[in-house]
Design a protein around this ligand. Structure first.
Ligand SMILES: [Zn+2]
Length: 257
C-alpha cells in the first residue's frame, strides 16, 4: 500500500489504484479526537465524542472525495450484502459489495483484517471485515464469489488489497483459533508459528491472501500491506489499547464518470 496525504489527513491506498475507483484506509493521523481516541477515530460506538467523530469523518471523506459512506453493523460472521442505494437501516454483515457509482461502502477496524476488492471490468467494489472468525469462515473467498454472482465479476480480473491489521508478530492465539482455521482449510496451518505450549502466532493477513488466491484472484493483483496495527502507533489496536480505542475505516467507491 502507498502512504498518501491530502488536506492534513494521512491514509493508505492500494498500489494498484487507478482512475475510476476510490479505495482508502484511514490511520490515526489528522483528526480531532483526544485521549484514547486520538486522533482520527472513525468509529461511532466506541465512546468517543459524536461531534469529534463527525468532524473526523468529514475530513477523511473530503480528503478521499467520497460522501455518505455506508457501514454495516459488523457481527464477525460471513454475511455479504449487496448495496444498490443508501440503506434506511444498518445491515448486520461483515462485507458490503456495490456496483453503483458514487455509493461509498466501508467497514471499521482495530486489529481485524481489512480486505478490499475491485473489479475494473464490471466496475464493482467490495469491502470486507475479517476478524479471526470471519477469516475462518473464508469471508474473503466468499466475497469474490458474491461479486461473481451479483455482478458477473471474474476472479482473475479482480484486484485485492489487505490493509493493516494485527500482524503475526503480535497476534498470539490458542488451539481454538488454529483449529477453526485448519478446519476451514488445512493449508492455513502454514500461517501459524508455534509459541508457548498450546499457543501460536497467527498471520491473518497471510490467510486472507490465501483465501483470495483460492478463489482465483491473481497473486500479482493482491497488495498486502504487511503493516501491524499493534506494533505501529499510527494505527489503533484493540489488543494493545483495550476497549477504549478508536477505529480505522476502509472505504471504497466506484467513481462517477
Ligand atoms: Zn506486531
Amino acid at each position: 500500500m502507498i502512504w498518501t496525504e491530502r488536506d492534513g489527513i494521512s491514509y493508505l491506498i492500494p498500489s494498484w489504484l487507478t482512475k475510476g475507483v476510490i479505495m482508502a484506509f484511514s490511520t490515526r493521523l489528522g483528526g480531532v479526537s483526544a485521549g484514547p481516541f486520538a486522533w482520527l477515530n472513525m468509529g461511532g460506538r466506541v465512546g468517543d465524542d459524536p461531534a469529534n467523530i463527525a468532524e473526523n469523518r468529514r475530513r477523511f471523506y473530503a480528503a478521499i472525495r467520497v460522501r455518505n459512506v455506508t457501514y454495516p453493523t459488523q457481527v464477525h460472521g460471513d454475511r455479504i450484502v449487496r448495496l444498490d442505494r443508501l440503506p434506511t437501516h444498518p445491515e448486520h454483515a461483515d462485507a458490503l459489495v456495490t456496483a453503483v457509482p458514487g455509493l461509498a461502502v466501508g467497514c471499521m477496524y482495530a486489529d481485524c483484517v481489512p480486505v478490499g476488492l475491485y473489479d475494473p471490468v464490471n466496475r464493482a467494489v467490495g469491502v470486507i471485515h475479517a476478524g479471526w472468525r470471519g477469516t475462518a469462515l473464508d469471508i474473503a473467498a466468499k466475497t469474490v464469489k458474491a461479486m461473481r454472482d451479483e455482478f458477473g465479476s471474474r476472479a482473475h480480473d479482480l484486484f485485492g488489497v489487505i490493509a493493516p491489521s494485527i500482524g503475526g508478530c503480535c497476534y498470539q492465539v490458542d488451539d481454538v483459533v488454529r483449529l477453526a482455521m485448519t478446519e476451514a482449510d488445512a493449508e492455513y496451518a502454514c500461517a501459524f508459528t508455534p509459541d508457548t505450549p498450546g499457543h501460536y502466532h497467527c498471520d491473518l493477513q497471510q490467510i486472507n491472501r490465501m483465501s483470495l488466491l483460492k478463489a482465483g484472484v491473481r497473486e500479482g493483483n493482491i497488495d498486502v500491506s504487511g503493516l501491524c496495527t499493534h506494533c505501529d502507533p499510527r494505527f489503533y489496536s484493540y489488543r494493545r489499547d483495550g476497549r477504549a480505542t478508536g477505529r480505522m475505516a476502509l472505504v471504497a467507491c466506484i467513481e462517477r464518470i
